[in-house]
Write a protein that binds this ligand. Sequence first.
Ligand code: NOJ
Length: 547
Amino acid sequence: MENKMEWWKQTSIYQIYPWSFQDSNGDGIGDLKGILRRLDEIQTLGVETIWFSPFYVSPGEDFGYDIADYTNIDPRFGTMADCEQLIREIHKRKMRVVLDMVMNHTSDKHPWFLESKSSTSNAKRDFYIWKKGTKKPPNNWISMVGKSGWNYDKGTEEYYYSNFLSFQPDLNYRNPRVKKTMFGVLDFWLKKGVDGFRLDIFNSIYKDESFRDNPFSLRFFPTPDNHDEAFFQKKQYNLNLPESFSFAKEVRKHISKYKQKPFLIGEVSGSDQVLKSFLGEKTDGLNLVFQFELIHFSYNADFFRKLLQKNEEIFPTPFTPTYVLGNHDQRRYIDRLGGDIRKAKLLVCFQFMARGVPIVYYGEEIGRKEGKLSNFFGKDPIAKLNRFVPLFLTKLLGIYINRDNCRLPMLWDDSQNAGFTNGKPWLPIETVQASDTVLGQKNDPNSLWKHYQTMFHIRKDFDVVRVGSLEIIHTEEPAILSFERRFKNKRLCVFLNFGKNQKDLNVDMKGKKIYAFGGADWDGKMMHLPEHSGIIIDLQFAKSSNK
Ligand code: NOJ
């Protein structure tokens, strides 16, 4: 890397959901040895940083987001030795490792909680948030899943608080021992060489010290980027507290002493101002936060233009935007495009060429389809909570309930169970054609996988994409999104046609086409952009080229 910008601002992230990536022992659940077997594939794709959803010891009621031991590997995924080998092998391939860290809550089966619950005088009682009260919850706080966050414990006749599901009790960060213990957990993994953490619902870490009631709000449905007003409540006192913003800085400071220069990426939600508060005014908070606007994109140039404009205005350098099309909690983006690969290529080109960090969820690179599993039989605890809501209604309302549907196993080839397992997969696998799989797409120059591979590699090869500034280019055609990236004497231009018709533009400049898709072309003067096509041009106006 010949520039001075921090590595994590320049990276690309690939999320692996361990349950569904690759099984190696035939139990139908993915595991660490399976992931190890696929590392070369991931490297060939061009991935730079791998983020793993949790594989710590867990009862698995929320598939690992309910941790019962932060410093051991759940036997269903393997052993600590497997994990250490995985970290080593990732580093050997010049990639980096990010672990998911659920600091907000533990499982209710965690020994800390079992102790805490055993009596009001137990030494671990204050590890969690307990309040007196019998007939009525202590206040009106609604959790992120839409019900009272207070859970009554008959044994000690008090309520404990959970901002997500009731089997995920929230830790009490006002207790210095909790902080110290959790910093110890971070140290444990940093000493094993991990390069960063994805912080689960970090906006929920602190709650109001005096437990004031939340005010009323007219909004009912939360969105991926706004949980702070939902279920008729403005969550002023149980989400996004100023203490959580300061804590972000503390965690950053704590991890910064490690030589691998690790980073933090926070799952937070709220207004741009809230996101900025987590990042810190002096960019001294969380290194990155997920920005979820692309989760509910509108497929038109204007949407993407406005998003770029917004990010340049609100998150200018040294802030680094992130671009997320999906994750293990959201409907797969390909579904929202009606499975149209041409449109997917446009979106991905936008995601990788914009200024910021692109984050890819496993399977997006092959356009892995969304499942059609009903809410009623869902394994996902959110589906269990909303069993009787029919799938079509959730689609109609634009809400997402059964997350099993975006967590279906990876499709590697067209052998039995798509090469994922020799056993019975934990979630069903549909019948697949070779062209739905990694193997099939690797051999097809026009596949989505190849497109992703090219995108990852353009980012690697062109530092102007990783570190350059961004400027929107105004063309006569509103359906065309065009922007330019600049770094020192290097310039790179992107044209994307979101319109329904071919557009021909007069683009007379000196440069070299480095990639085109969807039939786009340019002869140095005229540019032809069929619908859903795009082109990337390296502008060689200066003596040296970009490579
Ligand atoms: C957010 C995670 O992404 C989700 O999968 C999980 O269920 C909740 N946090 C609770 O940890």
